[in-house]
Ligand binder design. Structure first.
Ligand code: 5AD
Ligand code: SF4
Length: 433
């Protein structure tokens, strides 16, 4: 019995798919296989923007033939899109061949849902409002060695006016510190070299007296040869304590992912982000004054309702002033049920497209300029794979930049020092020293 999992969206979902694989293995499904050979196909969906949903709809639809040809094939669809109000019913209606539908809070029931489906003809549906917290009982099948993801919080309380996450992932919950520490210790003992602490808003982690900086301090202090990342941080919760912990531990990567979303105060207020451009820049300045080699990456949205040319210019100038090393850029996508979707002044698609092209040009130019400065210097890369096309090994540096190099032996899972000889866009090429 073989499984195939299709994942959309963020790292949280990628990790959740590793847990889905863990459940399937316990259920007797032995290995991951190509789509056509699988006995169960699971879609782990995303609904953060409309195009993520369109992709999933297209790919689920294309399974109709396969299902007709293979009567015993099980098709399960789960995750954020299924949790969205009314979407599970729509999926059922549009694709009657789906066997199992499960929401974000019902992941742990997947094994039972498979049993239930075998006993009945019609589709099995489980979408509840509250998460069943048995996560710690599931051992994930990790697919990203030497990196490992570790959840620290689930859900979000921020209600940024454009964002559907709080509706589909529920209120924020922090995992117990002891569980996080023991998971990380075990991963390091197993040989993982990079741990990424995950949460929609890691900075609001709290377990009793322990807030995020204290947790980070404790995780970074665990003995072993590993480095540590965390994401995502909300700028409103940026603190001197966090910077102090980053400064204290050189195994914490020198990059902070701090989504700014916009450079205009008027738009930030409409987005309900609860910080100003000035405050954001003050934090950037503080971080760089304390840790001069630190870099920032960010998320930016263009075309939020009522965004004027002037507001957009403010985003461009923020990119320059904050000196972002790289940025994920998005066109605003109205999400049903969010406040922004009801706002007047929705921006025409052509305008948003023009803006995003300009924004990407600026971000790329900045990234290129920074990459160019690496040439002639060294970078420490954690080797994570081999690029068949380039015939080179690859891995990331502390900033998350991809570095490529040749090696006679297989260095996957090793820290390798490279002398950078060439930079191309966000990628670096170098020689092992
Ligand atoms: N439209 C466009 N981008 C969005 N994001 C979240 N919601 C939306 C939306 N409705 C972006 C934000 C967030 C990232 C994960 O996705 O920039 O930081
Ligand atoms: Fe969405 Fe804002 Fe929560 Fe991030 S902090 S998940 S953008 S509501």
């Amino acid at each position: 019995m073989k499984y195939h999992i299709v994942t959309y969206g963020c790292q949280m979902n990628l990790h959740e798919s590793e847990k889905i694989a863990g459940i399937l293995r316990e259920k007797g499904y032995r290995e991951s296989a190509p789509l056509e050979e699988a006995d169960i196909i699971v879609f782990n969906t995303c609904c953060i923007r409309e195009n993520a949903e369109n992709h999933a709809f297209g790919n689920i639809g294309s399974l109709k033939k396969l299902k007709r040809a293979k009567k015993d094939l099980l098709i399960a669809v789960g995750g954020c899109m299924v949790q969205e109000a009314g979407k599970a019913e729509l999926l059922k209606e549009k694709f009657p061949f789906i066997d199992i539908l499960f929401g974000t809070h019902n992941l742990s029931e997947l094994a039972d849902l498979i049993v239930r489906k075998r006993l009945q003809k019609k589709a099995v549906l489980s979408v509840s409002d509250e998460r069943k917290e048995i996560e710690d009982g599931i051992s994930p099948v990790r697919t990203s060695y030497p990196n490992a993801w570790v959840n620290i919080t689930y859900g979000c309380n921020n209600f940024c006016s454009y964002c559907i996450v709080p509706y589909v992932r529920g209120r924020e919950r922090s995992r117990r510190k002891e569980d996080i520490i023991s998971e990380v210790k075990q991963l390091i003992a197993e040989g993982y070299k990079e741990i990424t602490l995950l949460g929609q808003n890691v900075n609001s982690y709290r377990d009793g007296e322990t807030a995020f900086p204290a947790l980070l301090d404790e995780v970074a202090s665990i003995k072993g040869n590993f480095r540590l990342r965390f994401m995502t941080s909300h700028p409103k919760d940026f603190s001197a304590e966090l910077v102090a912990v980053m400064k204290k531990h050189t195994n914490i990567c020198r990059v902070l992912h701090l989504p700014a979303q916009s450079g205009s105060n008027r738009i930030l207020e409409l987005m309900n982000r609860r910080y100003t451009r000035e405050k954001y820049l003050e934090n950037v300045k503080y971080l760089k004054s304390e840790i001069p080699d630190a870099e920032l990456t960010t998320d930016l949205i263009v075309g939020f309702p009522t965004e004027t040319e002037e507001d957009f210019e403010d985003t461009l100038s923020l990119v320059r002033e904050a000196d972002f090393a790289s940025a994920f850029t998005f066109i605003y996508s109205p999400r049903k049920g969010t406040r922004a979707a009801e706002m007047e002044g929705q921006i025409p698609e052509e305008v948003s497209k023009e803006r995003i092209v300009k924004l990407i040009e600026l971000v790329n130019a900045q990234t290129r300029e920074k990459s160019g400065k690496y040439v002639g210097h060294t970078a420490e890369i954690l080797c994570e794979g081999y690029d068949e096309k380039k015939k080179l090994y690859l891995g990331r540096d502390t900033y998350g930049r991809m570095g490529y190099f040749a090696s006679e032996t297989n260095p996957i899972g090793e820290f390798v020092t490279l002398k950078i000889t060439r930079a191309s866009g966000i990628s670096l090429y170098g020689e092992r020293i």
